[in-house]
Ligand binder design. Structure first.
Ligand code: GDP
Length: 309
């Protein structure tokens, strides 16, 4: 990637896309091609084709996707499978036909089997049943990985894919119903503190373990891999370490300064018991996450507070 290259970041308003844009701008890439959802509906093939013909980007970061937490995945399964299949199919195919130099597709760690041995290596893909709560989303993402690989094999298209673990950071979705656990708890605990509440409800038993990667670390990895990685295998991107939901809730309570009680509601689903990525391959390529969970949560809380007030 050269400074003069035209780089299309699909999904630049989202958590991942906005972090990639910040990272590219910091590095002096100033020919970014960006479109909001109302300017370009990626679910419409005619619009996507026209966009690629007109703009002819050299590089594409495909970070546009319909995403959400356990509740949203359960409530809107048709939206999750349809929108993601449409978006990725249109963008990958149009990029190939328009002669794009290289494309990076964002997968997700939820595509691995529910009972995959931990930490999960890249090889465990398609070795067992998926977690039911987000299977439509996971299957769409798996189709995207296979599509990138197939275009590489059949057309020599330089598509690569990365598999990020659970992400967090600025521009995340903080809606208490549809968001992922980290932003949901930041908001709930912030509001409980503001209201002087005695307790906060945390879904599930608190026992599931999750790994959390700051999105600025992911953006750094994406730019690194766009420049250095040419493999067929979708690479895991994570920190290599996880915490229980209880530990996460306690850490957030500490950052927010909430001194009340955490009440675990076991009637809410726990989801996958553990989701830790094996990041040996990424480490071997010379990349490591740098932002600690404490610092990352504190920074995200600062961003949330500035935005909320
Ligand atoms: P997952 O990683 O795909 O399972 O999705 P989530 O980030 O939504 O949930 C992760 C875990 O956090 C699950 O065990 C949830 O039950 C638990 N959790 C606890 N409190 C909350 C909350 O307020 N919102 C969400 N989304 N999850 C929560």
């Amino acid at each position: 990637m050269n400074k003069g290259d035209r780089i299309y970041v699909a999904g630049h308003r989202g958590l991942v896309g906005s972090a990639i844009v910040r990272r590219l701008e910091t590095d002096g890439f100033d020919h970014l091609v960006l479109r909001t959802r109302s300017e370009l509906d990626l679910r419409r093939q005619d619009q996507v084709d026209r966009f690629f013909e007109q703009e002819r980007p050299d590089y594409v970061f495909l970070a546009a996707a319909k995403v959400g937490g356990i509740y949203a995945n359960n409530a809107y399964p048709a939206d999750f499978i349809r929108d993601n299949l449409l978006i990725q199919t249109h963008v990958i195919d149009a990029a190939h036909r328009a002669g794009v130099e290289k494309l990076l597709f964002l997968g997700s760690s939820c595509i691995y089997p529910k009972q995959a041995p931990q930490p999960m290596t890249e090889e465990c893909l398609l070795t067992g049943p998926l977690e039911a709560t987000n299977r439509p989303y996971a299957l769409a993402k798996i189709a995207g990985l296979e599509m990138v690989r197939s275009y590489r094999r059949q057309f020599g298209f330089r598509g690569i894919a990365v598999m990020p673990t659970n992400l967090y950071g600025p521009h995340d979705n903080f809606d208490p119903e549809t968001s992922h656990v980290l932003p949901a708890l930041l908001r709930k605990i912030h509001e409980a503190r503001a209201a002087g509440a005695a307790e906060v409800e945390v879904w599930g038993t608190g026992q599931p373990r999750r790994e959390f990667l700051h999105v600025d670390d992911l953006a750094d990895a994406c730019v690194f891999l766009m420049q250095r990685y040419e493999g067929e295998l979708a690479l895991n991107v994570g920190v290599g370490d996880d915490v229980t939901i209880r530990e996460l809730a306690e850490l957030i309570a500490g950052v927010v300064g909430f001194e009340g009680k955490l009440r675990f509601d076991a009637s809410k689903p726990d989801g996958t018991p553990r989701k830790l990525l094996d990041v040996s391959r990424l480490h071997a390529l010379g990349w490591r996450a740098r932002i600690s969970l404490e610092k990352g949560v504190a920074d995200t809380y600062e961003w949330f507070r500035r935005r909320a007030t």
